[in-house]
Ligand binder design. Structure first.
Ligand SMILES: C[S@@+](CC[C@H](N)C(=O)[O-])C[C@H]1O[C@@H](n2cnc3c(N)ncnc32)[C@H](O)[C@@H]1O
Length: 429
């Protein structure tokens, strides 16, 4: 009896092609986990291939347009994700060698009955890409973002910032940890705030880092940790955290000594928030509800609304957002954010504080929503953020007292920038 072995490295490429195919079809990118690829090194390589293909999506579009004069074949199963992964390897991960890119792409296509007939085409395209690799790698940075988004960001943040966005997209995000108390021994950790450290090495599983099981810290991008700092109320205040899962901001508010009610409409995400708080040994009241319909017995001293948004500020970790979002999506979210803002405002007691935030780079979801809130929410006053409140990140405070971060903003003393975030603080007169 002869045993037919799969070529080494094929299984991880098939998993990578499946995941990339899902993302190309509109899904949110979730890294492949241990249940999908058990071996840690294979898993890391598969995720590296997918993230490189996603980060370089715009430049790969140019390569595909040049290599396939008639465009991508229609209804061709896994042809497109397999091609993109192989091109990403040939052009942007040359250290992995060309041979495995060509050979394993061919093997992957042979196993897909909807694409098997395209094996010859795939091979010809990849051989040409190999021959023209030097020219294909010259694709400009401008191609990294959809034209319309690049134009918006250039006019909002300037040409130099857009160059920084391109670097951030190519390089990805470092790993930021918020410390519960004191700093556990974390090799390579650079302090950026009294209770935030940054790790440049993000290839390690967070579960394997010292202090994870003991709940000594949680993962939260530096920018995402800023809005909760703006609720500068005395410890013991009653705070509602709206749209709360997975709970990074809830944890910060509990850590600050507040009595927190976390409201989240998605049951599975609320359960995850509960697990996260348990790991940290934190307690909060958890409410599964649409924040627009949440009717507590008494109003709150403070409300944090982290509204659902286009999430364009998270492109360093979710490069797909820049290709999935359209102007229409943004308009839809603007309407929901206004309903949530109005509902949040009803929960704030006289003299109380509301912090509104979004992880978006779009002014419609940020600065314009703050102006809408000031004109439409009765008795609302802007409570401007003072630059001194953000210590080393004073540059994130705008002249109007809003918080505005973006991936090209430097973090003093640490490598890498931040996610794009907007926050505004209001006081009820
Ligand atoms: C940007 S995420 C929040 C992140 C969270 N605040 C944190 O710091 O970890 C937005 C959350 O809002 C939830 N959500 C969306 N619409 C909602 C609504 N109408 N009411 C309550 N939660 C909502 C989503 O399920 C999602 O978990």
């Amino acid at each position: 009896m002869s045993i037919v072995r799969e070529p080494a490295g094929l299984a991880l490429r098939l998993a990578a092609a499946r995941r990339l195919g899902e993302v190309l079809a509109g899904a949110h990118f979730v890294p492949l986990g241990p249940s999908e690829i058990a071996d840690g090194r294979d898993r890391a390589l598969a995720n590296r291939l997918v993230t490189t293909a996603l980060r370089r999506h715009g430049q790969l579009n140019l390569a595909i347009a040049r290599l396939l004069e008639r465009g991508l074949p229609p209804r061709a199963g896994s042809f497109e994700p397999v091609l993109r992964l192989a091109l990403a390897q040939l052009l942007y991960l040359p250290e992995l060698g060309d041979h495995s890119a060509l050979f394993l792409a061919g093997e992957a296509i042979r196993r897909d009955r909807r694409a098997a007939h395209l094996g010859k085409l795939l091979n010809a395209v990849l051989r040409r890409a190999q021959a023209e690799a030097a020219a294909l790698r010259q694709a400009p940075d401008a191609a990294l973002f959809p034209e319309e988004l690049a134009a918006r960001w250039r006019s909002a943040y300037g040409a130099a910032a857009l160059d920084g966005f391109a670097t951030a997209l190519r390089d990805g995000a470092p790993l930021d940890l918020v410390l519960k108390d004191g700093a556990p021994e974390l090799p390579g950790a650079v302090p950026v705030f009294a209770d935030v450290v940054r790790l440049a090495d993000r290839d390690r599983r967070v579960e394997d880092l010292p202090g994870y099981a003991a709940g000594r810290w949680w993962v939260q991008d530096l920018a995402a940790s800023l809005p909760a700092r703006l609720l500068t109320l005395p410890a013991g205040s009653r705070i509602a955290d709206l749209c709360a899962a997975p709970g990074g901001k809830t944890a910060q508010l509990v850590k600050a000594g507040h009595a927190v009610t976390a409201v989240e409409s998605d049951a599975a995400r609320l359960a995850r928030l509960g697990d996260n708080l348990r790991r940290l040994g934190y307690r909060a009241e958890l409410v599964e509800a649409d924040a627009r319909a949440f009717r507590p017995d008494a109003p709150f001293d403070g409300v944090l609304l982290d509204a659902p948004c286009s999430a364009t500020g998270t492109f360093r970790r979710h490069p797909e957002v820049i290709w999935h979002r359209s102007q229409r999506d943004i308009a839809g979210r603007v309407a929901l954010q206004r309903e949530l803002l109005a509902a949040a405002w009803r929960l704030v007691k006289p003299g109380g504080t509301l912090v509104y935030c979004v992880c978006s780079l779009e002014a419609e979801e940020g600065e314009a929503q703050a102006d809408w809130a000031l004109s439409r929410l009765s008795d609302s006053r802007l409570l401007p953020v003072a630059p001194g409140e953000l210590g080393p990140l004073a540059a994130a405070v705008t002249s109007r007292g809003f918080l505005r971060t973006h991936p090209a903003l430097a973090v003093p003393g640490a490598p890498g920038g931040l996610d794009g975030f907007f926050a505004a603080r209001f006081r009820r007169a």
